[in-house]
Design a protein around this ligand. Sequence first.
Ligand code: CAO
Length: 558
Amino acid sequence: MSEQEIKVPDLGGADEVEVIEILVSQGDSVEAEDPILTVESDKASVELPSPGAGKITKITVKVGDKVKEGDVVGMMETSADAGSDDGEKEEAKAEPEAKTEEKAEAPAEEKKPAPKKSGGSRKETVQVPALDGFDNVPIIEINVSEGDEIQVDDPLVTVESDKATMEIPSPFAGKVGKILVSEGDKISEGHDLIEMTVVEDGDSGDDEEAGEESASSEPAASDSKQESESRPQGKSEEPKAEPASATYEPPAPGAKVHAGPAVRKLAREMGADLTRVKGSGPKNRILKDDIQAYVKSQLQQTQQGSVVAGGGGSGIPGVKLPDFSQFGEIERESMSRMMFATANNMQRSWLNVPHVTQFEDADITDMEDFRKSQKAAGEKKGVKMTPLPFLLKACATALAELPQFNVSLDMDRKEVIRKKFIHIGIAVDTPNGLMVPVIKDVDKKGLWELAAESAELAQKARDKQLKPAEMQGACFTITSLGGIGGTAFTPIVNTPEVAILGVSKAAMKPVWDGKEFQPRLMCPLSLSYDHRAVNGADAARFTTLLAQLLGDIRSLLL
Ligand code: CAO
């Protein structure tokens, strides 16, 4: 074993670069060429490779440090057979590796078709330049679109080999014509990439190698000495080497994703869409931690059933939409945030909760007589007494008597959360969608108070004036369609509550009293419940109790 310095290799023209990610820790075993850290210049990111196989003993830089060629970034113990003990030799060893990287990125010479001149512009077909170290590599990103105006050196496509990512720059300034490749296509030197209308600016010929087709190449990138070193032998044309590294990461147009190859690889392995990941590194660069955090949050959301875009979460495939316009005229309209949130909540509940609905008819003949008798009193108070306050009071009583309905389930911890308060949500139909304000401590409030508060909250909901706190904390929900119509329905439990009462429109019905049919005002009740928390017998007890309470409202006083 011998200890050797890990030095910054030739950066292919870049002067000083910033360390943006450290990829190894002290004690890590690495193979030759394993990435040690990622540095970034204005134009590219590069992974600095290990000069040999061995164990990292020290990293002497930190994220944010600026380094240049030859700087020591760490130390490693190399195994005897991995290289010589001689520092100079080690360096010599590191050097070629750096060159290899260098070569990989330097598109060496380009074969250029004879330009077809047409006034101040000409048509060109841009081909893949020599990609040392890259052959038959897939395109992972197309960085331009037809019609784009681009400059020399702007990235056209990004390709990726097993070890590195590289942009292929435009040799011309001009307008992008037809794109001749697609993402996933495997390309090698000479492959047609795009058609371009090249702007003639008459500045050709000022490249170092007069007479060569300097227009094609380009970049500002590197110094010619270095290029000639990295260029394969036998190539004589001026290469226009690209940026500095094999691990060249594109500042792509459009949705720009800044991430190094190792991060991209990790993202691919974990199935993370980089355009959805928020980068926490310099210039919003995506780091490995960001991928891990993203994947973790996606998993959590999936477990909670909240991933619904297109699909339904829980592995349920999404519904495929046909092209409706083939059947007639259509119009598309964005969902409001509220509609989208409600849709998500409904789906989450529907997917997570085993729903059962228990039906019952409550005889509210006497209740309605009493309610109507309070009309004058209500006018004096400025409060309208509707059936809702009676329903609230009856539900509060039922929740107190059957506390298994006043719970939430924590399936992760295998716990039932029992609530010692009775807050009830009321579903309110508003022009903007369904809202559910919450009346707190229903059990402690009188009918007039409940009438006033429910009317006020319903109005606030319609006026979009509800505060978040006024929509939180419910133990149970009432959704009343009694003012509208219908004979029964099966409401969806407003999770994490475990039950919801649907109320339909009361109607006069003949009810057998043992001797004869009596005309009674019957109000249909539909109790949907989470069958994990509540069993059917309890649900029947709950609705039976509600019917008793509403059938004889004096019992609400008891
Ligand atoms: N049977 C017969 N009539 C009923 C009734 C019932 N079950 N419930 C209410 N009514 C009557 C009321 O007495 C009132 O009649 P009058 O004006 O003659 O007195 C009329 O219907 C309208 O009442 P209301 O609906 O304005 O008042 P409410 O207190 O009963 O309900 C509220 C308030 C906010 C629940 C209601 O306005 C509402 O928005 N309901 C829709 C809820 C909803 O959309 N649920 C679906 C959710 S799931 O998609």
